[in-house]
Design a binder for this molecule. Structure first.
Ligand code: GLN
Length: 492
């Protein structure tokens, strides 16, 4: 059996085909990934993307798939595709920590809907991926289990909070991964690591089994090495789930077909607010070149304005921290995870469990959020933030009367060095300046690689669309990916 697969180049369809056509078996594919993880993903000197490997579960699923092939039957659509799951998405019987010491020994009794759906479609879960504690961060340096390193440059951060998910997809230690996005945590690390990251519309993918950060902002979505793979995964993840009342009943299109439709005539809005003078010049140039490629593909490019963009960061950090402070109240040392020993009273046990279990960024958010929700400040901060959130959403609704999609840089800079911003929470918060707006508005967004800096660091272009119109942003991203590959091969 010629089994010389290059794991870094596998896609969903090539991995499935390799197993179906007996170029390899699912079992041997899984073993290959674990060998690669052992070498490249070491916690020290490697990427440190995986926190927990689910070897037994993976091999069990693999042997089921191998039996299907042995019987001469067709594999399910994701059959034989090895995936990694961000550790804020629960897996029954498998430790799920949310990157936090407070859940260090937590083994959930059930699977999230997202994982159930992927496994039902034949995907093989290799393990759980590192992330910022409770998904709070932009660099993956807030994990209780050590930072993830960017596979493109190990001295740099992979972005966050889905840093492990982006790093694993980029390094080829999984074919695809799941992340979560509350204010940019799929798109921003995708941009930093040079992969595709999709935040679906709020409600498109069930949040059942997603450990809550900001419930009105949380989304699960895929990180992949191609737009087509993101489209395939979304098809399997999306759709109503009786276990999540906020999950939508809007029909789920066949995204794999949708992305092949032509993009000629699509109206592309370019908001002036997303190209400020402080924008990193290499990022700016690369995204502008990307927009020219879109024009070359027959899109109609228009300058637009989203005037309330300037309020997005403060609005996001009030809404997200307020919801977080409420969601995190459940970690009290009684119901879940870590309990401080030797306390004399119940109160002391609560206080010490939370003090010892949560890291500094999570505590900062709890304090900010509790303050914003407290009597006397609620109207001034939380209520006001919700009103501004409506204005930001309205900016998009207005813009989408004139254009079909909006294109921006995903991040203001390429990946920064580990430690570069860790003492300055405000400058860290600004890493999400271009992503939080879509999160607040509930619209879908995708980050697609659009270039590299002189030092070889990836740059991402963000495409935003109308509510539930993932098909159009995927279609444009797919066309862009092809146009860029063609232009790169011309210049080579
Ligand atoms: N970096 C942002 C934050 O820290 C977004 C995080 C996320 O999307 N989960 O809140």
């Amino acid at each position: 059996m010629p089994d010389d697969l290059n794991l870094n180049l596998l896609t969903i369809s090539s991995a499935r085909a390799a197993v179906q056509e007996r170029q390899t078996t699912a079992t041997s594919l899984v073993e290959k990934f674990y060998s690669k993880i052992e070498i490249e993903d070491r916690p020290v000197g490697g990427t440190n993307a995986y926190l927990t490997l689910t070897r037994e579960r993976a091999l069990e699923q693999a042997s089921k798939l191998d039996r299907i092939v042995d019987q001469g039957d067709p594999l399910p659509p994701l059959g034989g595709v090895p995936v990694g799951i961000k550790d804020v998405i629960v897996t029954g019987g498998v430790r799920t920590t949310a990157g936090s010491k407070i859940l260090g020994n937590y083994v959930p009794p059930y699977d999230s809907t997202a994982v159930t759906r992927l496994e039902r479609a034949g995907a093989i879960v290799l393990g759980k991926l590192n992330c910022d504690e409770f998904a709070m961060g932009s660099s993956n340096e807030n994990s209780a289990w050590g930072p993830v390193r960017n596979p493109r440059d190990l001295s740099r951060v992979p972005g966050g909070s889905s840093g492990g998910s982006a790093a694993a997809a980029a390094a080829g230690t999984a074919v695809a991964t799941l992340g979560s996005d509350t204010g940019g945590s799929i798109r921003q690390p995708a941009a930093f690591c040079g992969v595709v990251g999709l935040m679906p519309t709020y409600g498109r993918v069930s949040r059942y089994g997603l450990i809550a950060f900001g419930s009105s902002l949380d989304h699960i979505g895929p990180l992949t090495r191609s737009v087509k793979d993101a489209a395939i995964l979304l098809r399997h993840l999306a759709g109503h789930d009786p276990m999540d009342t906020t999950s939508s009943r809007v029909a789920v299109p066949d995204y794999e077909q949708e992305i092949e439709k032509p993009v000629r005539g699509l109206r592309v809005g370019v908001p002036t607010e997303y190209f400020p003078s402080e924008l990193d010049s290499e990022v700016g140039k690369s995204v502008e070149a990307g927009i020219e490629l879109l024009a070359g593909a027959g899109c109609e490019v228009k300058s637009i304005s989203l005037p309330n963009t300037k309020y997005a960061i403060p609005t996001y950090y009030i809404v997200a921290t307020a919801e977080a402070s409420s969601n995190l109240a459940r970690y009290d040392g009684v119901r879940y995870g870590y309990r401080s020993q030797n306390s004399k009273t119940l109160r002391e046990m609560y206080r010490r469990s939370r003090d010892e279990g949560f890291g500094p960024e999570v505590k900062r958010r709890i304090m900010l959020g509790t303050y914003a929700l407290s009597a006397g400040y609620y109207d001034a901060y939380y209520l006001k933030a919700q009103q501004v959130r409506t204005l930001i959403a309205r900016d998009f609704l207005e813009a989408f009367k004139e254009v079909d999609v909006i294109v921006t840089p995903t991040t203001p800079t390429p990946a920064f060095k580990l430690g570069e911003k860790s003492d300055d929470p405000l400058s860290m918060y600004l890493a999400d300046i271009f992503t939080v707006t879509a999160s607040l508005a509930g619209i879908p967004g995708i980050s697609v690689p659009c270039g590299e800096t002189k030092n070889g660091l990836p740059i991402g272009m963000q495409i935003l669309g109308r509510h539930f119109d993932e098909a159009t942003i995927l279609r444009l991203a797919h066309a862009f990916e092809h146009a860029r590959a063609a232009s790169l091969s011309r210049s080579a």
